[in-house]
Write a protein that binds this ligand. Structure first.
Ligand code: ATP
Length: 488
């Protein structure tokens, strides 16, 4: 049977991956906390991304910019005027909806009923109205489609209004317009405003990139689907600065590079697809989403955008500081250096939390297994996380077979020899079968059993999570064995 999102949510909670925020107060909508295994898994994903972007590319360097930025940043980026969702309220239920989401759900209904043409037509009409900012038209479409409030089964809608998604707060002691600032809704702008600082201090030449991992905040209205859409989330973004005219090649390069990265870490090719944006933002030359097939359908996990010189030019205009680069490579057509220009940008932007959710959905499996021999043979269901060892929270669990005869000491000796390089645990309690089960549930790829033979010949039994096969191995080989498995 297919796993549902509910299975994932309850597994994540029960086994220490993700908890609702402030749960003892009944939680806070669309905000979540990562538990002991969740934080390890998320850190692994972030470190692997960071390594793939910076360590493996000499021409990509990192920064860590502040969450608070000068308010003009968001004027320049277009977020003050344009970063909004069309909202509509139902007067009976007093529930608030995103108008575009109501229409998308209606289109999905047509699609599921086999009427693709009608679904496409509805989405096209919605796109046209939203682009033209015809909010009255959007409301009319909702009425024409006879969309009812899902709660009260009525169509008693207000007008559609644009609602800005940025959270604002005050700096300093005095509240007022001049001290209003925003929590950043994306990490990208911290990169753009530091473009020249980074280029000069790290002595980079175009083409080069700047990578950043950090929190972003959006006052999302439709907060559903667990950590897929959060109000506080984490982004991993890279802006790649290129000479105008070369952005097409770099766009293709990063599109393929990023897709391969997801595949290497365990998202299978048949559950990933590219989805080209039909409607492009006014500054964009091309934009594509990498989508993963979640239990609730194919949805975006990463965006790759060819953004032209829009952002740097906007910052140049508002800050009145030149955002230019002098390129002394010789242009073969003119025989002279390319000279001064505002670079073009190709961006890759992935949500750490969405990637986490995709990873968890992919890894979570329930399978039927047969255990024991002869009369004692029995069939049971096994739940496990088939995580790539590189992302697994715990790389190996060490089990002394019994709590005596010096076996726990031997287990701790192995732990101490390996703990500097790998996240490990030693578990002494319960039967060995129960201990295996517990590790399967959190996705530990290897369990190392220490028995009486270990004391004689320094070998251990390594049990493999996915196949449940066991192999005997000298302790001296463990390090190399785990190291190989956890490198992607
Ligand atoms: P969506 O259409 O799903 O709202 P978006 O197109 O607004 O996403 P971008 O602005 O391109 O998203 O952000 C880049 C990435 O950041 C997304 O691919 C996603 O992984 C992540 N992201 C965006 N919004 C959220 C959110 N509210 N919660 C979790 N991750 C998010």
């Amino acid at each position: 049977a297919e796993n549902t999102l509910a299975d994932i949510v309850s597994h994540a909670k029960e086994y220490g991956f993700v908890f609702p925020s402030s749960e003892i107060y009944d939680g806070l909508a669309a905000v979540y906390d990562y538990g002991p295994y969740g934080v390890e898994l998320k850190n692994n994903l972030k470190q692997l991304w960071w390594k793939a972007m910076t360590q493996l590319n000499q021409n990509v360097v990192g920064i860590d910019a502040a969450i608070f930025m000068h308010p003009l940043t968001w004027k320049a980026s277009g977020h003050v005027d344009g970063f909004s969702d069309p909202l509509i309220d139902n007067l009976d239920s007093k529930k608030r909806y995103r108008a575009d989401v109501l229409l998308e759900e209606k289109a999905a209904e047509y699609e599921n009923a086999g009427d693709q043409a009608r679904a496409d037509a509805l989405l096209a009409e919605m796109g046209r109205l939203l682009t033209a900012e015809d909010l009255a038209g959007v409301k009319q479409l909702i009425l024409d489609e006879k969309i009812l409030c899902p709660i009260s089964k009525t169509a008693n809608w207000t007008d559609v209004r644009q609602f800005n998604l940025m959270f604002s707060t005050q700096v300093g002691a005095v509240a007022g317009d001049s001290s209003q600032i925003y929590l950043r809704p994306e990490t990208a702008q911290g990169i753009f405003v530091n473009f020249l600082n980074v280029q000069k201090s790290a002595r980079q030449k175009v083409p080069f990139g700047i990578a950043q991992i950090g929190k972003a905040f959006r006052n999302e209205i439709v907060a559903r689907q667990f950590i897929f859409r959060m109000r506080e989330f984490e982004q991993m973004e890279m802006q790649f600065f290129v000479r105008p005219g070369t952005e097409g090649e770099w766009y293709e390069h990063w599109k393929e590079t990023r897709r391969r990265w997801h595949e290497v870490l365990g998202l299978p090719a048949d559950k990933l697809r590219f989805h080209d944006h039909d409607k492009l933002a006014h500054y964009a030359k091309a934009a594509v989403d990498i989508e993963y097939e979640f239990p609730f359908g194919f949805k975006e996990i990463e965006g790759i955008h060819s953004r032209s010189d829009f952002d740097l030019t906007q910052h140049q205009n508002l800050s009145r500081k030149k955002q230019q680069y002098f390129d002394n490579d010789v242009n073969p057509e003119t025989g002279k250096p390319y000279g001064n220009y505002v670079p073009y940008v190709v961006e890759t932007s992935v949500g750490a939390d969405r990637l986490f959710l995709a990873t968890l959905c992919q890894a979570y499996q329930e399978e039927t297994i047969t255990e024991g021999e002869g009369d004692k043979q029995q069939t049971k269901t096994r739940k496990l996380l088939r995580l790539h060892p590189a992302v697994a929270p715990i790389k190996a669990a060490i089990f002394p077979l019994v709590k005596k005869d010096g076996l726990p000491d031997k287990a701790n000796e192995i732990y101490n020899a390996l703990r500097h390089d790998f996240r490990l645990v030693v578990e002494e309690k319960d039967s060995i079968g129960t201990r295996y089960t517990r590790q399967d549930l959190i996705g530990t790829p290897f369990c190392i059993a220490v028995d009486h033979q270990t004391l004689e010949d320094d070998t251990v039994t390594v049990r493999h999570r996915d196949s449940r096969e066991q192999t005997r191995m000298p302790i001296s080989e463990l390090h190399g064995y785990i190291a190989q498995a956890v490198s992607p």
